[in-house]
Design a protein around this ligand. Structure first.
Ligand code: HEC
Length: 182
């Protein structure tokens, strides 16, 4: 009797147990594979994002954004720590249009999605001295670079001084532009 039971276990139950173990192994391997693929995805995603941020850092320097949007940048030969970049400037640009100030781009971009920023930059039109026409024609990947660089800095500082109409004297230092000759 005992022998018969043991034979049954050998012939029917053991293969079932082995099969269950195999299924478990396959499941484990599958989940390991998924984890590996997700990690690889994150790894390359992070490299891609780091490259985008680096592109933005470079463009911010060479396209002049810092010159007008970073306090003290232009007159210190660019010697302003990156943590203070693009937080706006209280040096005015005065001309027939009134007096304008380089806005705080850290705050401007803070609440925006990448898509909204790209659309806003494409359609942007402002008073002098903002070269908005240059921003309008920037390639998508350049605009995205600037976006992710500014986002990597995070929001900081206060809004730049408000626009002053032409007939009012600004309370800040400013550069005076002559009325353009027609
Ligand atoms: C020569 C100076 C100058 C340069 C260079 C410059 N800006 Fe500006 N920017 C300004 C001024 C001044 C204003 C505010 C204009 C106004 O009040 O109408 C402005 C406004 C803006 C605004 C609108 C912000 C808002 O709050 O409405 C954006 C966005 C902007 N600039 C982005 C950039 C970027 C990005 C770069 C670099 C590619 C750049 N600017 C280069 C002077 C400049």
């Amino acid at each position: 009797m005992a022998r018969a039971v043991s034979m049954r276990i050998d012939s029917e139950v053991k293969p079932m147990l082995t099969e269950r173990r195999n299924t478990k192994m396959v499941l484990k391997l599958k989940s390991l594979l998924v984890v590996a693929m997700v990690s690889i995805g994150f790894f390359f995603g992070n490299i891609a994002l780091a490259e985008t941020v680096e592109r933005g850092r470079y463009l911010t320097k060479i396209a002049g954004c810092n010159d007008c949007h970073t306090q003290g940048y232009l007159l210190s030969d660019g010697k302003v720590p990156e943590t203070s970049w693009l937080a706006g400037d209280n040096f005015g640009w005065r001309g027939p249009w009134g007096t304008t100030y380089g806005s705080n781009l850290r705050l401007f971009i803070a609440g925006m999605t990448e898509k909204r920023w790209v659309a806003a930059a494409r359609a942007l039109k402002r008073r002098p001295t903002m070269p908005w026409f240059n921003l309008n024609v920037m390639k998508d990947e350049d605009l995205k670079g600037i976006y992710h660089f500014v986002r990597s800095l995070g929001p900081a500082g206060a809004p730049a001084p408000a626009y002053v109409p032409p007939d009012q004297e600004p309370k800040t230092p400013y550069a005076l532009f002559p009325t353009p000759q027609k």
